[in-house]
Design a protein around this ligand. Structure first.
Ligand code: C2E
Ligand code: MG
Ligand code: MG
Ligand code: MG
Length: 280
């Protein structure tokens, strides 16, 4: 009887595994086609100055609306794109499409794009991005590249060369999801950044976690002593905004300030985000 139960369990896991593999293959095939058709498009989330409430720029976030399945999250398809060698092509499309939109914005509004850890292992990445910028005619000074901490681990030297090359050309470099990767502080010694982005997980626990408050306050001070800008991600509550502004965090992003939107036409009379009350 026990033996039969065991066999049934194995069969159950085989079924589950088969489903996972099938789903993974489905995404890979559909993703290939979506990239071929240019179905993956940027949406734009504002980065806002917390003291003046002005929009400083927008982060481009990849969106895939599948004809049958509906919206598929980048958390699902970016890892697949990384695994099957599609990430550079996807990233190129995103950069071209996003700069095509951003070129019509006022000069002082910047554009941020995310770069995958896999791309950062490529010694030629800096050159590729700068060539693409030159081809599109988008000014490097208006572009910011966001790098996640985990990207730096694989090959810190290649990554820091790329960061140096981009910054020398005028592109800003932000360290994304700061605080969640390994050996965060060592990264600050190895590479020069223009901005630290405080991960959403710290921001969303500000109201009920004393340790999160200590960490966020410390990251803001850390960025100040490095002379770099600091952006808090994932601000959803007025209370979070008040705490961050009180600690001197200059910039923020989050549903409270603006969701990612397709924004084919930008109305820059709304350069100042809707006034918000500091307390709920
Ligand atoms: P990220 O770069 O840290 O982007 C922030 C994520 O938080 C976005 O999720 C955004 O929609 C979400 N977000 C922003 N404000 C709030 C908020 O107030 N509350 C909550 N709950 N979420 C908020 P998204 O668009 O699903 O992207 C997830 C991740 O996928 C991104 O994290 C980024 O690492 C990656 N990604 C997205 N687009 C691209 C891309 O074009 N290229 C690459 N390489 N990665 C991308
Ligand atoms: Mg980002
Ligand atoms: Mg982030
Ligand atoms: Mg994040």
């Amino acid at each position: 009887k026990a033996k039969r139960g065991g066999r049934m369990q194995v069969a159950f896991f085989e079924d589950a595994l088969e489903r996972v593999v099938k789903e993974r293959n489905w995404i890979e095939n559909e993703l290939r086609e979506a990239i071929r058709n240019g179905d993956i498009v940027p949406h734009f989330q504002p980065v806002v100055d917390l003291s003046t409430r002005k929009v400083l720029g927008y982060e481009a976030l990849a969106r895939w609306n599948h004809r049958e399945r509906g919206s598929i999250s980048p958390a699902e398809f970016i890892p697949v794109a990384e695994e099957c060698g599609l990430i550079m092509q996807l990233s190129e499309q995103m950069l071209v499409k996003a700069t095509d939109v951003a070129r019509h914005w006022p000069q002082h509004i910047s554009l941020s794009v995310n770069v995958s850890p896999v791309q950062l292992r490529d010694k030629g990445l800096g050159r590729k991005l700068l060539d693409l910028l030159a081809a599109t005619g988008f000014p490097p000074r208006r572009l910011e590249v966001e790098i996640t901490e985990n990207a730096l681990i694989a090959d810190l030297e290649t990554a820091s060369d790329t960061i140096r090359e981009l910054r020398a050309a005028g592109v800003s470099v932000a360290l994304d999801d700061f605080g969640t990767g390994h050996s965060s502080l060592n990264h600050l010694r190895a590479c020069r950044f223009d901005k630290l982005k405080i991960d959403r997980s710290f921001v969303s626990s500000l109201s009920d976690n004393q340790d999160s408050r200590r960490i966020v306050d410390a990251i803001i001070n850390l960025s100040r002593s490095f002379g770099v800008r600091c952006t808090a991600e994932g601000i959803e509550q007025p209370g979070e905004l008040a705490m961050l502004a009180g600690w001197g965090c200059q910039e923020g992003q989050g549903y409270l300030l603006g969701r990612p939107e397709e924004k084919t036409s930008f109305d820059f009379s709304d350069v100042v985000a809707a006034p918000l009350r500091l307390r709920a």
